[in-house]
Ligand binder design. Structure first.
Ligand SMILES: *[C@@H]1O[C@H](CO)[C@@H](O)[C@H](O)[C@H]1NC(C)=O
Ligand SMILES: *[C@@H]1O[C@H](CO)[C@@H](O)[C@H](O)[C@H]1NC(C)=O
Length: 137
């Protein structure tokens, strides 16, 4: 009994494929604009190559799964916690760094942001404020 004799089997297979592909779309936790924002952040915080796993790809599009540093709300898929501490390999010779806070504005539900041990002295003026609570040192 092959597929040739059972044309309805094809319908079944096609429906199954549609269900499976919809399912993987639904469980795709991370929002497009937040994924983009994370990729914008990456070059500033990847001196030590800790964020090398932050890459976009067909099998890697869920940024909530990239790293323990990125934590999302299971329901909304939005990033709720970002731990970027000690990712720049900062030492006193590198000098202080003024961050552009608007890099973090796409994260609407961000509740926790750890930027410690990166030599950040503050934010660039007129580019918004970082969300709170926040760890800088
Ligand atoms: C996730 O988001 C939902 C809807 O906004 C909210 O009710 C819930 O408390 C959130 N969960 C966490 C862990 O932040
Ligand atoms: C900060 O980032 C925003 C958005 O990426 C950009 O438009 C702005 O020019 C930046 N400001 C500085 C001072 O680099």
């Amino acid at each position: 009994m092959g597929l040739k004799q059972q044309p309805w089997m094809w319908v079944f297979v096609v429906v199954l494929i549609i269900i499976v592909s919809l399912e993987s779309r639904w469980s795709e936790g991370c929002l497009e604009q937040e994924r983009f924002a994370l990729l914008q952040l990456k070059p500033f915080f990847n001196s030590l190559h800790y964020l090398n796993n932050w890459v976009e790809g067909d099998l890697n599009s869920d940024c909530c799964q990239w790293d323990w540093r990125v934590e999302c709300n299971d329901t909304t898929g939005k990033v709720i916690s970002l731990d970027l501490s000690d990712t720049r390999g900062w030492n006193s010779e590198m000098g202080e760094w003024y961050l552009n806070a608007s890099l973090f504005s796409p994260f609407q539900q961000l509740q926790w942001l750890d930027l410690g041990y990166n030599g950040i002295a503050g934010c660039v003026e007129n580019e918004g404020l970082l969300p709170l609570p926040l760890i800088l040192v």
